[in-house]
Design a protein around this ligand. Structure first.
Ligand code: NAD
Ligand code: DAU
Length: 340
């Protein structure tokens, strides 16, 4: 089995590559990533020498390259590559449309041309917009995205659906809630709060801090995608979530308590424009139809996550100083004949 995984140097993608090589050591993985600011080859250090893993630095919008790579006997495409940070999408929406919409369409075209047996689009619960105090997102919830990020992800999802309906491409779309765990870029809430708290810096809380997210440990997301690849019914959407709704303030207080840091670090700042109030996933479909179950609840997951950031301080300090960007040049520059 040969998989092309895009965005495999990012947070979830790198966790997924490591997970798949452990679960299916016989699979061959081609890992395509443009190495934007969010891509970090240090996440993949453990498999640098693994002959089943090949890293290719490329942009998913590069149609000739995607055609060449998928044409080399790829069976399955899993698309993680995306611009993923909501705050950045408010500052520069254009790059989100390019990667998340056009890039997805480029991959779909190549997948169709080379008759892949499965195309999995890794999407997000944010395409459903925001919830009130009650109810959960199901696969039937209408798409009402509120940020340029979520609108661009919804655009990608609709193209995936259309390639199934029009061309019969065997696709699945997964829509997951907020992930956390090792290798998450420290612009996202949990690693941002851990790293700032460890440095005794102010912790920026948007608005009243009572927005709710539904947290899933990244390894549980990986196991769900592995299942969808193998058991997902073509054309179906699967929501993924572990019933772990928490307010942002609850998350921040939990981290402060576990690090032994004072609540006086909490600093309320201006709210994010268009800030969705509440996300909550109903995972009944993937649970009942595919038998998926998360292994972690929030209490065990956050404990493991904090321990990882404490043990891997060098990983995130190198990101904060920008040093991680030199790693590609050192490791791969000469081998690939690049001068960066
Ligand atoms: P990330 O920002 O950490 O990683 C994205 C990766 O994609 C990076 O390695 C980046 O270099 C790469 N990339 C960006 N543009 C590219 C392009 N044009 N061509 C090739 N590579 C490109 O993101 P993440 O948090 O790991 O999210 C991965 C996927 O999961 C995204 O599609 C995101 O929408 C989705 N998702 C994320 C979460 C979450 O909580 N993080 C939840 C649900 C869904
Ligand atoms: O729901 C899935 C989505 O989760 C993914 O599709 C996105 O790629 C991922 O980034 C994430 O989006 P959020 O906007 O929910 O994540 P973020 O970590 O940016 O913010 C989580 C919550 O914390 C949100 O309510 C905003 C708030 N926040 C965030 C930051 C960065 C703060 O209060 N302060 C901050 O500094």
């Amino acid at each position: 089995m040969k998989l092309l995984i895009t965005g495999g140097a990012g947070f979830i993608g790198s966790n997924f590559v490591l997970y798949m090589l452990q679960q299916h050591p016989e699979y061959e993985i081609v890992n395509v990533d443009a190495l934007t600011y969010a891509g970090n080859l240090e996440n993949l250090k453990a498999i640098e020498q693994n002959p089943k893993h090949t890293f290719v630095k490329a942009d998913i919008c590069d149609a000739a390259k995607m055609d060449e790579l998928i044409g080399q006997g790829v069976d399955i495409v899993v698309n993680f590559a995306a611009e993923s940070h909501v705050d950045r999408s408010i500052l520069e929406p254009d790059v989100f449309v390019k990667t998340n919409v056009l890039g997805t369409q480029v991959l779909l075209d190549a997948a169709k041309k080379h008759n892949v047996t499965k195309f999995v689009q890794v999407s997000t619960d944010e395409v459903y917009g925001t919830l009130g105090e009650t109810g959960l997102f199901t696969e039937e919830t209408p798409l009402t995205p509120n940020s340029p990020y979520s609108a661009s992800k919804a655009g990608g999802d609709l193209l995936v659906r259309a390639y199934h309906e029009t061309f019969g491409l065997p696709v699945n779309i997964t829509r997951c809630s907020n992930n956390y765990g090792p290798y998450q870029f420290p612009e996202k809430l949990i690693p941002l709060i851990i790293s700032k708290a460890l440095n005794d810096q102010p912790l920026p809380v948007y608005g009243d801090g009572l927005n709710i997210r539904d947290w899933l440990y990244v390894e549980d997301h990986c196991s769900a995608i592995d299942l969808v690849i193998h058991e997902g019914v073509n054309g179906e959407v699967y929501n993924i979530g572990g019933n772990n709704e928490r307010t942002n303030l609850h998350i921040i207080r939990t981290i402060l308590e576990q690090l032994g840091k004072p609540e006086s670090l909490i600093t309320y700042v201006q709210d994010r424009p268009g800030h969705d109030r509440r996300y909550g996933i109903d995972p009944a479909k993937i649970t009942n139809e595919l038998g998926w179950k998360p292994k972690h609840n929030f209490e065990t997951g956050i404990r493991e996550t904090i321990a990882w950031y404490l043990d891997n301080k060098e990983w995130w300090t190198r990101i904060q100083s920008g040093e991680y960007e030199q790693y590609y040049a050192q490791q791969y520059g000469e081998r690939l004949g690049e001068s960066q």
